[in-house]
Design a protein around this ligand. Structure first.
Ligand code: SAJ
Length: 443
């Protein structure tokens, strides 16, 4: 036993030395909104960094010092690239030379709403094929509890190397909030769970060089569950806000006024807001990873699934409110000209992934409405088999519509002009909280 422990510490000590003297060559697989800022922070901490991505355009862009990620500005990226501290490649063989690899690849859902780990498995296979003794592997992609130990670890041990002795494995959930300038990769606390205590120690030793605070937990599956709690917490609370909106609608109560007043409670309350549904690549997806695994373990996560159902109903509810409002004005949905104001999944971003605005516009179109949209962040939009272009927001455009529906409340919009020149506005985001008028219909 003593000898084996020595073997472990021999490889571990070598890695520790390289981390402490910053001679370690660090790698990041997946150079998106998580991986690229992480690679930049590693380079900023003084390490040699190699980013790996299958997208040759991303690789070329990085090596030209041109960033495509808001949170990793080009001037910062260019500085590290020009100094030779950061480079990108699509060659998986580069993994062989790396002392650590952080895996930051997508974990989407299949059409069946089941987890799609194909990117994680591909990355783990690539690491396994190039694994050398003394290496550290950290999975960062959001996934269900058990992925690191049940899926990734067996793949890595196909190399013949043993975790905790020959190589080291940990899970550390990404917590990036794209476009958030207050909380960044560098100052967001980082939860880390090692496949063995020593793995966790080594991963924490490395990460504390480029994140402000490391939060060690007892295992990878604990760390995986932490992230899913964080995002499922949002999903169920947004669902509560949405159900309150549906209820207030039957009571003739302004749900936004209720939430604003409830928010004056200085403790024990946190505001969430109703809307046209859940968008983005995290909140609509992550709870499905958790519920899928729970059901595999024979547990029925009724509450979380019900929340997802309520959120999924919101696009239909918004379409219903538009139909009611037009009907009050002796108009039908069919043939009415309806403009969607804001289509990105949340304010002031250009990200369309899972945006509920798409579903609202698609449903309106299917019911025969003549649909258009205006969003300064989204120049074109595929709706079914049509390609729409963002309309310029002018008084003439607004006056030519039968209804405007506010789906995403970008700060850039001129809401006074919208209220003044629109014949009817359905506001699903309380963007018009400072305006009044019988032609304003709130969720
Ligand atoms: N939404 C509501 N009502 C709310 C809050 C959000 O309808 O009260 C909608 C948004 O419009 C959007 C969706 O939910 O369509 C998701 O919004 P989000 O605010 O959760 O933003 P995301 O998807 O960018 O979530 C990310 C997450 N970050 C990570 O997973 C690392 C999440 O954990 C963050 O808490 C969140 O950003 C944040 O706080 O901004």
């Amino acid at each position: 036993m003593r000898e084996e422990q020595e073997a472990e510490s021999a490889f571990g000590k070598e890695l520790q030395r390289k981390i402490l003297d910053r001679s370690a060559h660090l790698g990041v697989i997946g150079l998106g909104y998580v991986g690229l800022p992480l690679a930049v922070e590693m380079a900023r901490a003084g390490f040699q960094v190699t980013g790996i991505d299958i997208d040759k355009e991303k690789v070329a862009s990085i090596n030209a010092g041109i960033s495509y990620v808001l949170d990793a500005p080009s001037d910062v990226l260019r500085d590290f690239v020009s100094k030779g501290k950061l480079r990108a490649t699509h060659a998986l063989g580069a993994i062989k030379d790396l002392d650590s690899v952080s895996i930051c690849v997508p974990t989407p859902l299949r059409k069946t709403k089941d987890p799609d780990l194909s990117y994680v498995v591909a990355a783990a296979e690539a690491v396994s094929n190039n694994l050398q003794p003394g290496r550290l592997v950290v999975l960062e992609s959001t996934t269900y509890p058990g992925t690191t130990q049940e899926v990734v670890l067996p793949i890595l041990e196909k190399s013949g190397l043993q975790v905790g002795r020959d190589f080291f494995l940990a899970y550390s959930p990404e917590r990036v909030d794209p476009g958030n300038h207050t909380y960044t990769t560098r100052n967001i606390p980082k939860v880390i769970g090692g496949a063995t205590p020593y793995c966790g120690k080594l991963a924490a030793l490395l990460y504390q060089h480029f994140v402000g605070r490391v939060v060690p937990v007892s295992s990878p599956k604990t760390a995986e569950m932490v992230k899913l709690l964080e995002n499922t917490f949002r999903s169920v609370n947004i669902a509560l806000a949405n159900e309150m909106a549906l209820m207030c609608n039957t009571f003739g109560i302004n749900v936004w006024e209720v939430i604003e007043a409830a928010q004056t409670k200085p403790f024990g309350f946190m505001p969430f807001y109703p809307g046209p549904g859940l968008g983005g690549h995290c909140i609509p997806v992550d709870p499905h990873y958790l519920t899928w695994k729970a059901k595999m373990n024979g547990f029925d996560p009724r509450f979380i699934e019900l929340a997802a159902q309520i959120n999924a109903e919101m696009p239909t509810f918004v379409v219903g409110r538009i139909a009611e409002a037009l009907n009050e004005r002796q108009k039908s949905l069919k043939g009415s000209k309806i403009l969607g104001l804001g289509v990105a999944y949340k304010p002031n971003v250009n990200d369309m992934r899972e945006s509920p605005a798409l579903e609202v516009l698609q449903k309106l179109s299917e019911k025969g409405a003549i649909v258009s949209y205006s969003d300064p962040y989204v120049p074109t939009l595929e709706l079914g088999n049509r390609l729409l272009r963002s309309a310029e927001l002018t008084p003439t455009t607004l006056q030519s519509m039968d209804c405007i529906v506010i789906l995403t409340n970008h700060s850039a919009f001129d809401y006074t002009m919208t209220v003044t020149h629109s014949p009817l506005v359905v506001d699903s985001r309380n963007a018009l909280k400072d305006h009044s008028g019988s032609h304003i219909i709130r969720l």
